[in-house]
Design a protein around this ligand. Sequence first.
Ligand code: R1P
Length: 290
Amino acid sequence: MNIKESELILNPDGSVYHLNLKPENIANTILFVGDQGRVEKITKHFDTIEFKTQKREFKTQTGTYKGKRLTVISTGIGPDNIDIVMNELDALVNIDLETRKAKPVQTALNIIRVGTSGSLQADIPVDSFVMGSHGLDLTGLLHFYQIDQFTHPEIEDAFKSHTQWYSRKADPLIISNSSFLEKHFASAQTFIGITGTAIGFYGPQGRVLRLPVQNPELNHKMDTFNFKGMRITNLEMETSAIYGLSKLLGHHALSLNAIIANRANGTFSKNPHAAIENLIQYTLQKVITL
Ligand code: R1P
């Protein structure tokens, strides 16, 4: 079936609508960052850069690092942008943009988020790295897709009961990472646990400036949640959406975050730029053998 022009929108030059990319512009291994400024913090290490573009918050550069072809793309903030980035990247590899038909043989991308995040655990300090074994989706995005086969109802029910989850918020979902990427990127240097993904930065992550939140105890309930030894290590705004859409579309995904704030003890990194740079170097050193 042909995908209509209104559903898969292409620019006059044939590139996908928001990302401004054509199939030849991307590598099979793609690093996601939130901040547009972080793209060059990664590609400054590259041997060569073959392609650059930017539209809105979506800045993309493709090149090689120690001979490995990589794409770096900024997703901006939040799961709504991840919906755009994942669907348009998938279209670049798995839809023939000329015939507007899904290709008979699917390509799996390797997607690694290099992000920043707040730790929920006092023993996971600022400047450390956290790898998401799972994404805990608190955003509602994934319920718009047929995601049931990839969720973990037993953990989700335990989470809802432990936190006395308010049913008018989005129903929480737990989605796992790519175990092959987890094995590849793991080391004694990285903490591992469930990465919580929130729909906003303030109220949805329990930050109170002038507005009281629905459940002031929620962060504490999250940091004390334990399911057979699994705990929620950190909170940010993209991981569960990346994991969920990667499962649905057949891509491999892993989320790595530099911890720049510790919400449990109220500390903030003295040098967040160094924390991010360390995570970038860690990721690059691991990605070359992927
Ligand atoms: C909030 O300040 C942003 O920072 C974190 C959150 O997930 C959110 O996108 O990640 P990035 O630094 O990768 O954007």
